[in-house]
Design a protein around this ligand. Structure first.
Ligand code: SAM
Length: 474
């Protein structure tokens, strides 16, 4: 790898001559491949593989698999995520014990969002934001496939969050950075790197944190992370949060065997967590957790949560009583805690009743692009079941639809959005396809053929079929 000279110089200053050699050497080794299992869809401990020690459900793979051709990947059974970034889980487990309202501010493509969603205490609401419009689509896709219903996706600038004063208990800022930690995975990151860009990055990171800080509740925790090594974007920004924002930087217990190292700022010993590729099995990563002081702002009196269920239902009734009734029949018993409503575009949604007020507030101030679970699309008198419903084990009553189990070839054809021929015994109408018992999505069987309802924009586009398909043995 052809590393920029000034990057090597700054790594030498950071690590010293001897350690820098091992560091540079590690950058020329292949990056480890890892995945994280979705606890909603696969059993923890199901894989006999080396575990990522700081993340439940995290596993190292010996090689890169043909993920694109694995139906269970598209069904949301696992997420392919670099191991170091899974460390976020340790902060959440240590400091978040009750249900919270959490924000993932820089969320696309959704690695940490899906992980947070699996780690936050049940009953929490997670808002996943991505400022860049073209990246919101992949974020929403990954969230829908993950299948947890208590999520809102927004497409707003960090500055817009300032209007939501003391709204969140937890905020993750996985900041856009100079990407030094991605060098061995992504040659373009090496090309794009420059000292000037490091300057741009640390200043932008401070702006982002300062913008979102007012929306953190006093006593709340902001997790700040980058995938870069330099001190300006890492320790110096952590120190700035401590000195300028009054944050308390929080420790996390880390066994020595994990190889995670700490502060590289001379004369400082506040807690930060560094992942260096010659010491930790993963990519370059930095994390610090900052608690907002209790006295930073007047505590806004907690808003009483009204049960909005009746209200929502009443409002929606005018939008299509029959459709809502149909949607209600597709919902599981657990879905009683969720309000069904129809929007002006003819979509029926399920959203947790206890967070109705929060959703109103978010809608007033941000650009909300997805909230809860899309249950169906109205088409005349019909309601077409949404793909998102099939992806959401908690709300979906599988028995509401006839099911056809498909083999590997049919599953891939379905995911390519090709025609799938069902057995002669399959009833007409909406049929749920499953692969190895896991819901893949819907088709509409019209007898001699079936209409494929897999979302057009998510289909497998590659016409190529690998000679050897290697999938995760879930
Ligand atoms: N958290 C993501 C994950 O784990 O999959 C990765 C996030 S990536 C490190 C940083 C994200 O910040 C990108 O999605 C990028 O589009 C977004 N971003 C870029 N500029 C931004 C800005 N000025 N404010 C907020 N987010 C920004």
């Amino acid at each position: 790898m052809n590393l920029p000279v000034s990057f090597v110089d700054s790594a030498r200053r950071l690590l010293g001559d001897v350690e820098c050699e091992s560091f540079i050497d590690a950058l020329s080794q292949p990056a480890p491949v890892s995945v994280r299992i979705n606890p909603l869809k696969a059993r923890e401990g199901v894989l006999e593989l080396e575990r990522v020690p700081w993340a439940s459900g995290g596993y190292y793979l010996g090689e890169r698999l043909t993920f694109t051709f694995d139906p269970l990947f598209h069904a949301g059974c696992y997420y392919v995520q670099e191991a170091s970034s899974m460390f976020v889980e340790q902060v959440v487990r240590r400091y978040v014990t009750d249900p919270v309202v959490a924000l993932d501010l820089c969320a696309a493509p959704g690695g940490k969002t899906t992980h947070l969603r699996s780690t936050l205490p049940e009953g929490s609401l997670l808002v996943a934001n991505e400022v860049i419009k073209s990246r919101v689509r992949v974020l929403t896709e990954n969230i829908v496939k993950w299948g947890h219903p208590d999520v809102v996706v927004t497409n707003s600038d960090p500055a817009d969050f300032g209007k939501l004063s003391s709204f969140f208990d937890v905020i993750l800022v996985d900041a856009p950075c100079s990407g030094e930690g991605m060098f061995r995975k992504d040659p373009e990151a090496v090309e794009a790197w420059s000292l000037e860009n490091v300057e741009v990055c640390w200043q932008r990171q401070r702006r982002i944190v300062a913008d979102v800080w007012p929306s953190l509740k006093p006593g709340g925790v902001l997790i700040y992370s980058t995938c870069t090594y330099n001190r300006k974007e890492d320790e110096e920004n952590a120190r700035w949060m401590r000195d300028e924002l009054g944050a308390e930087l929080l420790p996390v217990e880390v066994p020595e065997a994990w190889g995670i190292t700490g502060n590289r700022l001379e004369g400082e010993d506040f807690p930060v967590y560094r992942f260096l590729p010659h010491r930790t099995k993963g990519e370059g990563f930095f994390l610090t957790a900052a608690r907002k002081p209790e006295e930073a702002e007047e505590d806004a009196p907690p808003k009483k949560r009204k049960d909005k269920r009746k209200e929502e239902k009443g409002k929606s009734a005018a939008a299509g009583k029959a459709h809502l009734k149909m949607a209600g029949e597709w919902m599981s018993d657990e879905a009683g805690e969720y309000a069904l409503s129809a929007d002006d575009e003819g979509s029926v949604w399920a959203f947790p009743c206890r967070y109705a007020d929060e959703l109103d507030s978010l809608r007033r101030r941000l650009k909300v692009v997805y909230a809860g679970v899309s249950v169906g699309e109205v088409k005349g008198r019909d309601l077409i079941p949404s793909h998102a419903l099939a992806m959401c084990p908690a709300l979906f009553r599988k028995e509401a639809f006839p099911t056809e189990e498909v083999d590997y070839g049919q599953a891939v054809a379905y995911l390519r959005r090709e025609a799938v021929t069902l057995s002669a015994a399959a009833p007409r109408g909406y049929v749920l396809l499953t692969y190895r018992g896991v819901p893949l999505g819907f088709v509409k069987n019209i007898g001699n053929r079936s209409n494929n309802l897999y979302p057009q924009e998510w289909r497998i586009r590659s016409g190529y079929t690998p000679e050897e398909v290697k999938t995760l043995p879930l």
